[in-house]
Design a protein around this ligand. Structure first.
Ligand SMILES: NC(=O)c1ccc[n+]([C@@H]2O[C@H](COP(=O)([O-])OP(=O)(O)OC[C@H]3O[C@@H](n4cnc5c(N)ncnc54)[C@H](O)[C@@H]3O)[C@@H](O)[C@H]2O)c1
Length: 392
């Protein structure tokens, strides 16, 4: 995207001014966002309310060279004061736990500021619908960082499905089964547990928000299809844990395809564990994030084709998104950066009075978030009804 980036900066005349809520030095994902939005030189971080802990928040802003008068302790104050400035932030990045997302997003949207929000969209469906309504009322840009859709190979898989190369889709399987959180025992003291494992914060089926929505979004993104029914079976394996740490969600699609998502925190020995396999009547594709540079395309009765990221002549996005020469893996951060760069182009289009749609159509947004929440809600309903099939 190097030429497009240079052209953007020439036309826009400056970098996009970003603020962050959450993502302090006490967070897991904050630094990932910062590396990703700085990768292509299109954003400046100029403001933030980085943490619930005032000391951490201030220290994070100071270390990141945010000016003292823009290093806030409260995101309501941040939105109000930023909107009143002659040089306000153009967009805010929300990197807090999910139960805070809707209030932060609504606060900034109402101040006319675009939003880049971590998944899952919200904690509840009610919050999700309220956020969608505010977005419609304000007409701002909203990007949900389902970052795996920024990898070149899932984008190529999407092109292959859309071209009909797989034929009629039959089975759509994905998994996000990691092993890292499979600790033997949760701490006795409830307050010592991470929010992901606290039902009052993340919900009992929070695993579907944390990892399941990524897998769900990815298969929807690649296949262009949304399931109409699901049946869920969820389990808790770790002692004293009060939330599910493993979940199988079976899916049915309106066109007859079937599939499933396996989400897990206790897949012992697995690392990150995200992958998909999609089977049609002419061919199948397989992608694993830990081998992200490769897409395996397997036509019926013909030799397998191994597509590689950076390869010329594969797809427009594969060529355009490559920053380095073929053979240098770009990985997770650059996939994340691809979403940021497309977001910059969308914001630039709005500022220039043009439609952001050419960029937004490839970016995860509010509807993806609402559908993710619908999947979680459906799975909870199914689980409490003995894993019966429920309509989405
Ligand atoms: N896209 C991905 O690959 C990916 C990976 C990890 C986490 N996430 C998502 O990112 C979000 C954050 O996850 P995390 O693991 O970094 O959580 P975390 O608990 O490690 O960090 C959360 C941060 O938000 C801050 N915070 C909380 N409430 C706040 C408030 N009211 N005002 C200001 N700051 C506040 C905390 O102090 C902390 O800095 C979650 O929605 C999670 O699902 C996404």
């Amino acid at each position: 995207m190097a030429n497009e980036n240079a052209q953007f900066l020439r036309l826009f005349g400056r970098r996009i001014r970003l603020g962050m809520v959450g993502g302090g030095f006490d967070s897991i994902i904050g630094e990932t966002h910062r590396i990703a939005f700085q990768a292509d030189g299109l954003f400046d971080l100029v403001a933030g309310a980085f943490s619930v802990n005032a000391e951490v928040s201030t220290a994070t802003g100071k270390t990141l060279l945010v000016a003292d008068d823009r290093n806030y302790l409260d995101y309501h104050e941040m939105a109000e004061l930023e909107a009143a400035r002659p040089d306000p932030i153009d967009a805010v990045v929300i990197a807090t736990p999910p139960h805070v997302h809707s209030d932060v997003a609504i606060t900034f949207l109402k101040c006319g500021i675009h939003v880049i929000c971590e998944k899952p969209l919200t904690r509840t469906m009610e919050q999700a619908l309220q956020l969608k309504k505010t977005l419609e009322d304000t007409g701002r840009i909203f990007v949900l960082t389902h970052c795996y859709s920024g990898f070149p190979m899932p984008r190529l898989a999407r092109d292959l499905v859309a071209s009909g190369a797989l034929g009629r889709l039959r089975m759509i399987d994905s998994e996000f089964a990691s092993g890292g959180a499979g600790v033997a025992l949760e701490p006795d003291d409830l307050s010592q547990r991470h929010w992901r494992f606290r039902p009052e914060i993340a919900g009992r089926e929070g695993i579907l928000g944390e990892v399941g929505t990524h897998a769900y979004h990815l298969i929807r993104y690649v296949t262009g299809r949304t399931p109409s029914r699901l049946s869920a079976r969820m389990q808790t394996f770790v002692d004293r844990r009060e939330v599910f740490d493993n979940a199988y969600v079976d899916l049915e699609y309106p066109d007859g395809a079937v599939g499933r998502i396996w989400s897990s925190y206790v897949a012992t020995g697995n690392q990150h564990g995200l992958s998909f396999r999609i089977f049609g009547d002419k061919a199948s594709v397989e992608w694993r994030e830990e081998d992200a540079e490769y897409l395996r395309f397997r036509p019926l009765r013909e030799p397998e084709v191994l597509y590689r990221a950076g390869q010329e002549g594969t797809s427009e996005f594969v060529s355009r998104s490559a920053r380095f020469r073929p053979g240098h893996p770009e990985g997770y951060i650059m996939a994340f950066a691809n979403l940021y760069t497309e977001t910059a182009f969308a914001i630039g289009a709005v500022k220039a009075g043009r439609s952001p749609e050419p960029w937004l159509k490839n970016l995860p947004g509010i509807d993806d978030g609402v559908l993710g929440m619908q999947m979680i809600e459906g799975a909870a309903r199914s689980q409490s009804a003995g894993s019966s099939w429920v309509t989405l």
